[in-house]
Structures are given as C-alpha cells and as structure tokens.
Design a protein around this ligand. Structure first.
Ligand code: NAD
Ligand code: ZN
Length: 389
C-alpha cells in the first residue's frame, strides 16, 4: 500500500473527515463530519491510524465543571498516525512518517528538556489549558456549522485527522505494529517509565502496585524487567489478578477481602515491614495514602501516577514522612518522549517488552462508545480503535 499517495492533494487546505465529538459530559460521543485546518508553523497534520482509550479520557469525559471542562471537544490522546502534511519550520518530520503524538511536551530546547533531572518541559508543560501549543485557544477543528471544537491534551486522536505541535510528536520505526505502538503513546510508557526512571526499581526489590489497569500493569512489567523479587497487585476487580500474572505479579490483595485490616497492614505482613516501592495507578487520594504507608520505614518510595478529578488535595501522616519515606508524582512516567519512546520501541522489537497482552479488545471507529463502557466496567485493559475499519 502506498501510504502517502492520497495525502498530498490536501496540502495547505482544510480536510473534511469524521470525528467522535464529546458535546456534553458523560454523554455518548457523536460521530460528526468536521473540518481539520492545515498545520501552522511548528505543527504537523496527522492521519490517525488507530487510537486507544486511556482512563484519563474517561476522567475528562465526565468532567462537567471547572476550566478544564470544555465542549464540544475531541478527546483521545493514545494513538499512532502518519504524517499527512507539515507546517513551516518543521524539521525532522515528513509526509508518510509513522508518528506518536504524546500529551506531555518535550521542546528539547528549554533548560529542563536539556537536563536529565526531570521530564518537565519548562517552556510548555505549565500550560494545559490551551488548544494549540503555540497559538493559545486557536483551534484547528470546526464542526459543520463552523463552530470551533476544542482540542484535548494537544492530541485529540478521536478524529481521522488531527493537528499536533512538534513538541508533542515523536517519529518511530515503521517496524513496530501500529496497534502496539499506540500503547506507547501514553499508559504503557507511563507505567514502565515510572518503574525505570522515577522509582529506579532495582533487582531483588519488593513492589506494590495499586490499580491494575494498563498503567499499573505496565509499572509491574517495568519492575519485572528490572528483576523485582516480589510484585504485589492491589485491585477491587479480581478479574485483573489473572491478567496480572502475565505481567510479573507474584501476589495479589483484594481490599474487600482484608477484613478489619488495612491493605497497608496486609502488605507489611507479606513483606516483613513494607515494600521498597509502591505505585498509585488509580487516581484516588485515599489509595495514595495507603500506597505510601505500605512502603518500608526509612527508605520506601511511592510514585503517584493516577489522575483524580479536580486535582484533589492529599493527606499523609507527617511522621510517616519524617521517618524517611519519599513520595513523588510523575507525568508520562518521567520519560522524555523524543528520547525514550524510540528506546521502548527498540525493546519491543527485541522481544523484551510484553505489549501484546495489553490489547484485550479491537473495535471499529463507529463503535468507540463501546470502549468507554468496557473500560468503565473493568472489562478491558486497552481497546484498540481502528480508524478506517
Ligand atoms: P484503568 O481504568 O484501566 O485502571 C484502573 C484500575 O484501578 C482498575 O483495574 C480498577 O479496578 C482499579 N481500581 C479502581 N478503584 C480501586 C480501588 N479503590 N482500589 C484498588 N483498585 C481500584 O485506568 P488506566 O488507564 O490504567 O489509568 C490509571 C490511572 O492513571 C488513571 O487515573 C489515569 O488518569 C492515570 N494516568 C496517568 C498518567 C500520568 O502521566 N501520570 C498517564 C496515563 C494515565
Ligand atoms: Zn522543554
């Protein structure tokens, strides 16, 4: 198949295509014909090949108040696509390239992007409100009445075409199957990065993961690859335990079966005093405090990955902190997308990374609302949604 032949006819012109619009919080997405404007300077227009649904999409789909709740909007941020056309001043991307859009920016030029201390792009990461990275509320999407449609996390992949800033785009090897690549655009990279870069899990250590969705299972996969000796999974849904065995979990705790004991007490008993590392992958402040006190006094480290609604405050016992535990949060697992995603792709191509087991369902674009139901009901890890099937 010639992947580029149909592209060039639209260069510099708007494209009309299908998108799944979120018109109101918690209401089914509506398939509509939209207009996608050409990319401006530093932007790339992409033909989305497939996308998957992450819990963050669901959180924002439910959000009905505050500055982050915006309608109509095109959700979706875990995806893979082909470059259709590029705007001015775009180096390193050309028509037909396979690319991953990533919600977390990496400008490669600011002080923090140049430092190895974090993946916080000081130039861009503080702004999560704008539609387009360099053009504020300007949108590249219009509905059939000409009204602007809001972007989501600078990606908006629930559309056949989208426009993404180069600070949010990574070129990848065409050798990796696209549905596996899509997983690396958010959830799976976040979990693996958290274990490798943020916690820096070492051989023989003990680990507890709270929430066995794709993010939590990927954190376990990262810990397994680092040689962790014991990986305990905590989830309310027992179906996740069977799945968890494929990702290196050695033990499971169901909070509803702990009786009078707190989950942290059970974990301390299982590990002789607490785990070396814990990961919160649900997005609830109460789970974060349990994850925190499940770690070893003196040296335990907790990484928060879950995103709750309205950035709710968290509460930790001050003595639990004084006694030497550490806690930190991380977006995109501490990974610098342009540097680290090609490394993860490489690990997959060398058959070191188990990406296959994350894909539990595949759907046509028209069936996208089914993916929301499956994730809400805890029946799927990742649904791959194919745009042209
Ligand atoms: P998911 O819905 O697939 O998984 C969540 C899991 O948590 C489910 O298995 C569910 O049964 C379990 N759970 C729910 N309540 C629980 C409780 N009280 N105790 C124990 N387990 C419970 O979600 P996901 O796509 O894996 O995402 C997980 C979280 O990570 C979300 O909050 C998402 O927004 C966030 N996230 C963060 C980043 C980041 O950069 N930090 C990136 C992607 C996703
Ligand atoms: Zn930067």
């Amino acid at each position: 198949m010639d992947k580029t032949s149909s592209f060039s006819i639209h260069k510099g012109k708007p494209i009309r295509c299908k998108a799944a619009l979120c018109r109101k919080a918690r209401e089914a997405l509506v398939m509509e014909e939209i207009q996608v404007d050409p990319p401006q300077a530093y932007e790339v227009r992409i033909k989305i090949l497939c996308t998957s649904l992450c819990h963050t999409d669901v959180t924002f789909w439910k959000l009905d108040s505050g500055p982050l709740a915006r309608f109509p909007r095109i959700l979706g941020h875990e995806s893979v696509g082909l470059v259709e056309s590029v705007g001015e001043h775009v180096d390193g991307f050309k028509q037909g390239d396979v690319v991953l859009p990533v919600f977390h920016p990496n400008c490669e030029e600011c002080k923090d992007c140049k430092s190895s201390k974090s993946n916080w792009c000081a130039r861009y990461a503080n702004d999560s409100i704008s539609n387009t990275r360099r053009y504020g509320m300007a949108s590249r999407f219009k509905d059939s009445t000409g009204e602007d449609i809001h972007h989501f996390l600078f990606v908006s992949s629930f559309s056949e075409y989208t426009v993404v800033d180069i600070a949010h785009l990574v070129k990848i090897s065409p050798d990796i199957p696209v549905q596996k690549a899509a997983l690396l655009s958010c959830g799976v990279s976040t979990g693996i990065g958290a274990a490798w870069k943020v916690a820096n899990v070492e051989e023989g250590s003990t680990v507890a993961v709270f929430g066995l969705g794709a993010v939590g299972l990927a954190a376990a996969e990262g810990a397994r690859l680092r040689g962790a000796a014991k990986i305990i999974g905590v989830d309310l849904n027992p179906d996740k335990f069977e799945l968890g065995k494929k990702f290196g979990f050695t033990d499971f705790v169901n909070p509803t079966l702990c009786g009078e004991k707190k989950v942290s007490e059970v974990i301390k008993e299982m590990t002789g005093g607490g785990v070396d590392y814990s990961f919160e992958c649900v997005g609830l402040p109460s789970i974060l405090s349990e994850a925190f006190i499940s770690t070893r006094t003196g040296s335990g480290k907790t990484v928060m990955l879950g995103m709750g609604k309205h950035a709710a405050p968290i509460s930790l016992g001050s003595f639990d902190l004084l006694s030497g535990r550490t806690i930190c949060g991380s977006l995109f697992g501490g990974l610098k997308s342009k540097l680290d995603i090609p490394v993860l792709v490489d690990h997959y191509l060398k058959k070191e990374l188990n990406l296959d087991s994350f894909i539990t369902h595949e759907l046509k674009f028209q069936e996208i609302n089914k993916a929301f139901e499956l994730l809400e009901e805890g029946k799927t890890l990742r649904c791959i949604i194919w745009m042209d099937k």
